[in-house]
Design a protein around this ligand. Structure first.
Ligand code: ZN
Length: 368
C-alpha cells in the first residue's frame, strides 16, 4: 500500500492541465517503462505502453486512464496587472476563488492567487444596500493576482496569453488515513490503479497483448481516447476513471448509489444527457464481475447519470470496440480537495490484475 500511496503522490503532484500535459506524459512514461515491453508517446501526447502477449488469437486489451486535469488558461492580461483566465475543462467554479495557482510559463511556474472578494467588503456593502450577496463569480469577473503592479510586470515574469494554470495542491491524509485528499485525483487515482496493476503483472506473460494508455485531453472532450483507440484498434477497451458517491450529507444515495471504501465500481451504464455514455458490453461486465468474485475483491455495480468516461467515446471508434470501465469512488469532484479511499485503489488494482490474469485466449465477445 505504501508504494501505491507514493505512486499516487507522484502523479497527483505533477501538473497536467488539459492540452498541456507534457510533465504528465514524462511522469506516466517513467512509471510504465519497467512494467511493459515498450512505451511510446504519440504526437498528441497519448502515452502508449505495450505488454506483448503470447497468443496471437487472444483478444488485445486497451486500458485507458486520462492524464489531464480540468484547470484554467490565461486569456487576457489587464493594464493593472491582473490575469483573466478562461476554463480549460470544467474546474469547480464554487471552489476556485481564493485558491493558490501556478501559471506555467516559458520561464517556469509563477505563483498566483485567484481573487476572492474579501469578507470586510461585504460588511461595507451590506451597510449601504441590500446587495453584497455572496455568489459564485462569473468567469468574466474572475482574476488572478500574481502581485504585479502593471501589465508590463506580468509579461516580465514570463506570463503570456495561452499559458496553462494549475491548482497548487499536494496530497494529504484525512483524520482517517485511508482517506487521501488532493487536486486532480480525478484522474490520478484511477491512473495509479492502472499503472500499479501493470507493475504487479510485469514478471508474467499473458496470452493477450495489453496496451496501457495514458490519454490526453479527456476533460476537454475525450480527444486523446478517440485518437489512441483508433490507432490501436483493440478487441477490448477498459477505461479507468472516478465515479460519484452519494454517501455525503449533500447527496442522495439513490442518485449515486456508491460508497467510499466499498470497492471500485464495475460500470454497467453511464450517460451525460446531450453528450454521450456507455452501456457496457455484457461479456466484459461478466468477465470483470467473475474475476472480482473469484479473487474475493469487493466491488460495486455502477449505473450513473451525469458522468461519462473515455470508454463512452472510445467504444464507438473503428467498427465499434467492446468496452467497459472500472471506477474509483471520489468525493468533491473537480474541486481543489477531492477525496479518495486508499482501500478502493488497492481493490481496483487487485480487480484489474485478477481480470487480466483470468482472460482466456479464446474469450468470445459475441453478444448472442
Ligand atoms: Zn476523469
Amino acid at each position: 500500500m505504501a508504494e501505491l500511496v507514493e505512486l499516487l503522490r507522484r502523479l497527483a503532484e505533477t501538473p497536467g492541465v488539459a492540452g498541456f500535459e507534457e510533465e504528465m506524459m514524462l511522469r506516466t512514461r517513467a512509471e510504465l517503462e519497467d512494467a511493459v515491453d515498450e512505451v511510446r508517446i504519440d504526437n498528441w501526447g497519448n502515452v502508449i505502453g505495450t505488454k506483448r502477449g503470447s497468443d496471437a488469437r487472444a483478444p488485445s486489451v486497451m486500458l485507458a486512464a486520462h492524464i489531464d486535469e480540468p484547470a484554467l488558461i490565461v486569456k487576457y492580461i489587464d493594464d493593472a496587472g491582473f490575469i483573466r483566465p478562461e476554463r480549460q475543462g470544467f474546474p469547480h467554479m464554487l471552489a476556485l476563488s481564493g485558491e493558490r495557482v501556478l501559471i506555467h510559463t516559458g520561464k517556469g511556474p509563477v505563483r498566483g492567487v485567484v481573487g476572492l472578494k474579501g469578507l470586510h467588503m461585504f460588511y461595507l456593502e451590506s451597510s449601504i444596500s441590500a446587495s453584497g450577496k455572496m455568489e459564485v463569480p462569473a468567469m468574466r469577473d474572475m482574476y488572478i493576482d500574481v502581485g504585479a503592479e502593471s501589465r508590463a510586470q506580468v509579461l516580465e515574469m514570463g506570463i503570456d496569453v495561452g499559458n496553462p494554470i494549475s491548482l497548487e495542491r499536494g496530497i494529504s491524509f484525512l483524520g482517517n488515513p485511508s482517506y487521501v485528499t488532493g487536486k486532480a485525483l480525478d484522474n490520478r487515482a484511477p491512473l495509479a490503479v492502472m499503472l500499479e496493476a501493470m507493475n504487479r503483472l510485469s514478471g508474467e506473460v499473458l496470452p493477450s497483448t495489453i496496451y496501457a494508455v495514458g490519454t490526453v485531453m479527456e476533460e476537454i472532450g475525450h480527444r486523446g481516447i478517440i485518437m489512441s483507440a483508433y490507432q490501436l484498434s483493440p478487441s477490448i477497451l477498459l477505461a479507468f476513471d472516478i465515479t460519484v458517491c452519494g454517501d455525503t450529507p449533500d447527496a442522495h444515495i439513490a442518485d449515486f448509489p456508491h460508497r467510499m471504501g466499498h470497492g471500485p465500481t464495475v460500470k454497467l451504464m453511464d450517460v451525460i444527457m446531450g453528450a454521450t455514455g456507455l452501456t457496457a458490453h455484457p461479456k466484459i461486465v461478466r468477465w470483470l464481475i467473475d474475476a472480482a468474485e473469484a479473487a474475493g475483491v469487493p466491488y460495486q455495480k455502477e449505473v450513473i447519470m451525469g458522468l461519462n468516461t473515455d470508454a463512452s467515446t472510445g467504444h464507438m471508434q473503428r467498427g465499434g470496440i467492446p468496452a467497459g470501465a472500472i471506477s474509483i469512488p471520489c468525493r468533491y469532484s473537480h474541486g481543489p480537495s477531492e477525496v479518495v479511499n486508499l482501500d478502493d485503489l488497492e481493490n481496483g488494482v487487485r480487480l484489474l490484475v485478477a481480470a487480466l490474469r483470468s482472460l482466456p485466449a479464446d474469450f468470445s465477445l459475441a453478444r448472442v
